[in-house]
Each structure stands twice: as C-alpha cells, then as structure tokens.
Design a binder for this molecule. Sequence first.
Ligand SMILES: [Fe+2]
Ligand SMILES: [Fe+2]
Length: 315
Amino acid sequence: MSKRWYELLMDDHAVTEKLFAAMEKALELEGGPGQTVVAKFLDFVMNYSDKGHSLKEEDYLFPLLQERGIPAEGGPLGVMLMEHERQRELVAVLRKHGGAYVHGDKAALEPFTEAFQEYSTLCKDHFWKENDILYPMAIKVMSPEDEESVIRGIEATEAKLGEGCRERYYGLAESLAQRQDVKDLSFNLDRDVLALMLNTLPVELSFVDADDRVQYFSHEDKDKIFPRNRSAIGQTVQQCHPKKSVHKVNKILEDFKAGKQSVAEFWIDFRDMKVYIRYFAVHDREGRYIGCMEVVQDVAHIQKLEGQRVLLDEE
Ligand SMILES: [Fe+2]
Ligand SMILES: [Fe+2]
C-alpha cells in the first residue's frame, strides 16, 4: 500500500535522526570524525534536508494548510517557518566549517561541532512538533484531494533532486549509521528489562534461526497457549511440530529463505480461544535471512471490540 503524505514526511524525520545519531557517535571519536563521514553528512543536510524535505513542506504542505485556514503568521505554521529559516542558517554554518574540515582544516571541527549540536537539537524538536502537533492538525483540515496534491508535491520535489534521490539519501544515512555502529534502541535497555518486556508482551514469541533450530521462546514461567519446555531450545522446528503439519512448516521456511514471502498466518479454534498464529521472516540489515519468528496470541477478546474507549475518557 502506498504511503500517505505524513508517513513520507515522518520517514524523512526518522532517517534524519538516524543520521544525527551516526554523526554524534562520529564526533565522539578520538581524533575527530572521518572526513568522508562529514562530507556525507553535509551532502545529506544540504541536498536532502534543506533542498528536499523542507521544500516539500514549504512549497506544498504549508501553503495548502494556509488555504485551509491555518494562518502563516503566528501559530504553528509561523513557528515552523521560523525554524526552517534557522535550520537554513545553521546549514550554511555547517557547510562552511564542515567543508573546511573535509579539506584538512582540523581547527574547523570545533565550530562545526557547535553548529551541529544546535542544528540537531533544533531539528529533533522541530520534527516532534510536526509529527505530534502540525501533521495531526493538518490531517483534520485536508480533503482526500488535498492529500493527493501534497503527495504529488513531494514527488515533484524529489524529481528535481534526481531520480531515486530518496532511496539514495536513505541509503547514505543507513550506511553512516552502520559505519558508526549506531545500535538499535533496544541496546540501551538492561538485559533483565528486555527479558521482562518480552515476557509481558500480550503475544507469545518464539524464534528459530536460519538452520531451523529453536533459539528462544518467551513466557517460559507463565501459562502458554502452546506449552513448551526449555529442552526445545536447540531442537529443529521439524522435531517440535506435530508430524501432520511439518510439511507446511517446511514450505513456509523454504519460501522465507527463498524470499518468496515474509509472512504466513493461520487462525484456529482451540479450547475457548481464537488462536492467531503468525510467522515472520527476520532479516538482518543487509537483508540476509536470519530466522523466523512465531507470534501466537488469543484474539477472541480483540474480535469482540466495538466502538472505542479512549485514554481521555472521564471516569
Ligand atoms: Fe519542517
Ligand atoms: Fe518536517
């Protein structure tokens, strides 16, 4: 399914924050960041953030919101435009000092770092305001045609930057994050906390590796829909499954490994439950198949939900 305009813009925000995380790590290195890292960072903020992302908003989203009654002077649009202006000033400073650093001027690192800190802090705060305040406000005043016109605007902006520019810049940010070893957010968690979280999930998880061997299952000490014991660890999934369904499991795993599909799902009536069983292919950052995750849950209660209960309901 194609993405909606705000998902496209929020993807830009998320990728930019990953780039910032990579740059932050590079700046902590003894001897300073590599010159190519700084050059790539500058390429991204000058040519994608400034000439791409900001213009998608300034040329297409913001004028439309103004037409739909959100004033440009004062209010959220005014604040966003003011912040874009400051971002642009800081990109010029980054370009000056970053460019000098790339050409061997080590003394330029200090003013570059200072500008980077102000720029990244400003952008992160700006992205949060757009994601959480401006975009939800925009969705309320926009018609489906308006949404289409913003999507076309996003495409037109990217077309000016050259075909495939989004993929190219997303790839650049991802490769910098990998090079600087920016870890997944779960690495910030204590192992005990991670284990407690996995065991608190309202679904039961199992993981089999690329050789089809069970490496993990959650809820070991809790009631499970399909009981299993620690002795399952290390066994092949074929050994753990009832004989009559093994051929199906094998087919799913074959398809996952061949990249023919990445999800398979089943649902069965079991005791008084409606058990929803899903298999997901798990790939590493390079796209290599590293195993299969099984997610099992009783969805009987979910099937009965109607209407809504919102967080802000008065008691
Ligand atoms: Fe913005
Ligand atoms: Fe934005």
